[in-house]
Design a protein around this ligand. Structure first.
Ligand SMILES: Nc1ncnc2c1ncn2[C@@H]1O[C@H](COP(=O)(O)OP(=O)(O)OP(=O)(O)O)[C@@H](O)[C@H]1O
Length: 303
């Protein structure tokens, strides 16, 4: 199977600023990909190159086997920029229909496509409203509907759920999960917990360099447990270390522990032992995750 996206040796300079430094990766059709990194890491620059909005200073980028932004491939890749805006003058129906027509739909088909994508984001009843009649979260969902017009094979969502309330953010996450079998999503976000629920692979950019390249469903994960507690307990780490299978415990962040362990035949499952330990000591836990959280995968790699 040929790759959807291939990036090799890509550099991007803005004057003296080295925004992307020898970035390389391949994306095949499949599970959603996360693009994470701190402010100014180069995420928007990289996404803009993939969309063909800007060109790399050097290196090679191929999208569907061609240069990014090639006319024949325009409808195969859709992008929702971080700061996507709707035109306040026109109804949602008019804007989405117009956008669909730009993609080659007839006027009649375009109307149906606008209805279809609005339904996907749960806004079919708002089709005749103008943006000013919608909340911030609803407007954001309309821009996501716009990105879904035409069933693109790759959909890039830059900070898709930023500013949405938890309910709306969850709806968007379920939508992405649901559509992922036919669409390859590239999601950029600062919210690692959001991405870990959705993505199997992570591209981690830092200061223009692609530092990590993970597969989250890695078998090594079976040897980690992440335990989140309601309170910090001084005796917890020694107690966890006292369990026979446990090899290491790291206080990965406030009230969170990353537990490494070895599995031997006949052992009682470690998660059960940990829950019993909490129960015996009256320690309230909030969450027990089999495997590392995405944050721990990225930032507690060496341990
Ligand atoms: N058009 C431009 N002109 C000059 N410098 C730029 C331009 N676009 C980006 N940069 C610089 O390149 C670097 C990478 O910026 P970019 O917007 O890609 O980061 P980002 O990871 O998307 O950040 P954020 O998470 O804050 O959106 C930053 O130092 C930024 O200031």
């Amino acid at each position: 199977m040929s790759a959807l996206i291939e990036v090799s040796g890509v550099h991007k300079f803005f004057g003296d600023k080295h925004a992307l430094n020898n970035v390389e990766f391949v994306i095949n059709k499949g599970e959603p990909i996360a693009l994470v990194g701190p402010n100014g890491a180069g995420k928007t620059t990289l996404l803009s190159i993939l969309c063909g909005y800007i060109k790399p200073s050097s290196g090679k980028v191929s999208v569907f086997g061609d240069e990014p932004g090639k006319r024949g491939n325009l409808s195969r890749l859709a992008a929702l920029p971080q700061d996507a805006q709707l035109d306040p003058r026109f109804s949602i129906a008019k804007q989405l229909t117009f956008y669909a027509q730009l993609q080659g739909f007839t006027k009649q088909q375009a109307k149906l496509e606008a209805q279809r994508t609005l339904k996907l984001v749960g806004l079919e009843d708002s089709i005749n409203e103008k943006p000013s009649a919608l909340s911030h979260g609803m407007r954001k969902r309309v821009t996501i509907a716009q990105a879904l017009i035409g069933d693109a094979e790759i959909v890039i969502l830059d900070e898709a759920t930023a500013g949405l309330d938890p309910h709306n953010a969850r709806e968007i996450r379920s939508l992405v999960a649901e559509l992922s079998s036919q669409t390859t999503f590239i999601l950029s976000s600062h919210d690692l917990s959001e991405l870990e629920r959705l993505c199997n692979r992570v591209l981690y950019l830092d200061n223009g360099c692609l530092q990590q390249h993970h597969t989250l469903t890695n078998s090594v994960d079976t040897h980690f447990i992440t335990l989140r507690m309601s309170k910090q307990h001084d005796d917890l780490i020694p107690a966890l270390k006292g369990l026979a299978q446990v090899t290491q415990v790291i206080n990965s962040q406030d009230k969170e522990y990353l537990i490494s362990f070895e599995v031997s035949e006949g052992d009682v499952a470690l998660d059960i032992q940990i829950l019993q330990l909490c129960h015996q000591n009256g320690w309230l836990y909030r969450q027990l995750i089999n495997g590392k959280t995405l944050e721990n995968q990225l930032f507690n790699q060496s341990e």
